[in-house]
Ligand binder design. Structure first.
Ligand code: GLU
Length: 293
């Protein structure tokens, strides 16, 4: 007997949900129903500096208003920090992590000074120029013990080498409009030596997502197109951590009238503002694009 499919909607409570989130939650719910699957809600609150209880409550209120139902208890990432720490530890034991003592501005200056013309990461940020990749271990430890601020970065070439010993190619399965799946290959090393942990946030978004999707038995990841490129990096971590591979569906984003992606800071499109106009959830649903293309 095959397992029941598991879908999840995973908002971060660091702002009000907007129309795009409503659409994403509805797409996920729709697909879960279509596949007779489970619908889970995950609160992605690892970033303690930005997550707020009132936004979390707003998520429950908005989703309930939309008519969605999810399983209890809700999975809150802040309650599972030990899982991310053990995943980090595993990567460390594999020799794949190193401490980096450079601040964001040092990294930017470094690139500028050396006139490094490195291609940006797939989400358009400057790629890390590997300043501390080969830094002497002993001196690194000394600095950590002395309390120097640092992040933990993934040694990408080593990670790729290790992953390629396990699988021939790190690719993923993306749902197409006709319901079939296409194999997508995007080289994960385009991300460079990514940060997997920092002092104030002991796990990166990517690591937490990968660990939780596995822990929660998620079989289908449905989310906005803005996270499409992040998938290659998540697949790399899944291979390294020996975690199962879910199927993916990155739905189109809802854009505003000028074609711009919606942001949590835009009050005019926040769900609570829209709800306050007296619109019904059915009317709102009718105004959104179809749930499947
Ligand atoms: N928490 C992420 C966000 O709100 C989504 C993570 C995911 O669906 O993988 O953008």
């Amino acid at each position: 007997m095959s397992k029941q499919p598991v879908f999840r909607f995973a908002p971060s409570p660091n702002g009000e949900l907007h129309l795009g989130h409503a659409y994403s939650a509805l797409v996920t719910d729709h697909l879960a129903r279509l596949h007779k699957g489970r619908f889970l809600l995950r609160i992605e609150d690892v970033d303690g500096g930005r997550a707020r209880p009132r936004f979390e409550q707003q998520i429950y209120d908005d989703l309930a208003w939309l008519g969605l139902q999810w399983e209890e208890p809700v999975w809150k990432q802040s309650e599972h920090m030990d899982n991310y720490a053990s995943a980090l530890d595993k990567l460390d034991q594999m020799g794949l992590l190193y401490p980096c003592f450079a601040s964001r501005s040092e990294i930017a200056n470094y690139n500028e000074k050396r006139d490094l013309d490195l291609p940006p990461t797939p989400d358009g940020y400057p790629v890390y120029p590997n300043i501390y990749r080969d830094f002497p271990k002993k001196e690194g430890l000394r600095r950590i013990e002395a309390g120097n601020p640092h992040t933990l970065r993934l040694n990408m070439p080593k990670a790729m080498q290790m992953a390629q010993q396990r699988v021939e190619r790190i690719d993923f399965q993306e749902r197409q409009s006709d319901g079939s799946y296409e194999t997508i290959f995007e080289p994960p090393d385009a991300w460079g030596d990514v940060v997997l942990a920092r002092k104030d946030t002991p796990t990166s978004y990517t690591l937490a997502v990968v660990v939780d999707d596995a822990r929660q038995g998620v079989t289908h990841v449905t989310r906005g197109e803005d996270l499409y490129h992040a998938t290659s990096l998540q697949r790399l971590l899944q291979v390294l951590l020996d975690l199962p591979e879910p199927l993916y569906f990155h739905h189109p984003l809802i854009v505003d009238m000028t074609g711009r992606k919606l942001a949590k800071s835009d009050d005019d499109v926040s769900l609570s503002t829209i709800r306050a106009t007296g619109i019904s959830p059915q009317e709102l649903r009718a105004q959104l694009p179809p749930l499947l293309f």
